[in-house]
Write a protein that binds this ligand. Sequence first.
Ligand code: S3P
Length: 167
Amino acid sequence: MNRRIVILGFMGCGKTTVAKEVARQLDCSVVDLDSFISQRHGRSPAEIIQQDGEDSFRDVETLALRDVLQDKNARVIALGGGTWMVPANRTLIALHDCLSVWLDAPFDLCWKRINAGQTVRPLAPDRETALARYESRRADYATAEKPIAVDEFDPAEVLAAQILIET
Ligand code: S3P
């Protein structure tokens, strides 16, 4: 696999877990963009959004993505849920010839995980807001090169193998 892989999709679709598993199967390094931002800024994406607003966070996110993509060792990259929505980010990803993989999980699964998880998600404060955001993003997510349908019972190992097949 020469091309690098970026994993995208809605909050709770499993990007971080699947990216780690893809990297494990390829025996290569993985970068989680949200974690990279937290380390770099000493604040999580949620804190940046809450304190500075979403627009400010998007600027921080694009700069972080640019720097992660500069690092050729980052072979697998898990994006944040909104990263793919910013055209400049899609351009960066295309310029670096990354394979874009959309984890297409049903809303109810994402919502269940959003609720169960420890991560604070200011852009999904309630079901109605999260659903509206999910629906408004699908058309853009669907422009990714490789859509992978995800259901609740798919283990990360199987999803990762599906991503790697024929790539
Ligand atoms: C966001 C998703 C979050 C994080 C930030 C914004 C979004 O990442 O980047 O809170 O716009 O969907 P996860 O998808 O990893 O939760």
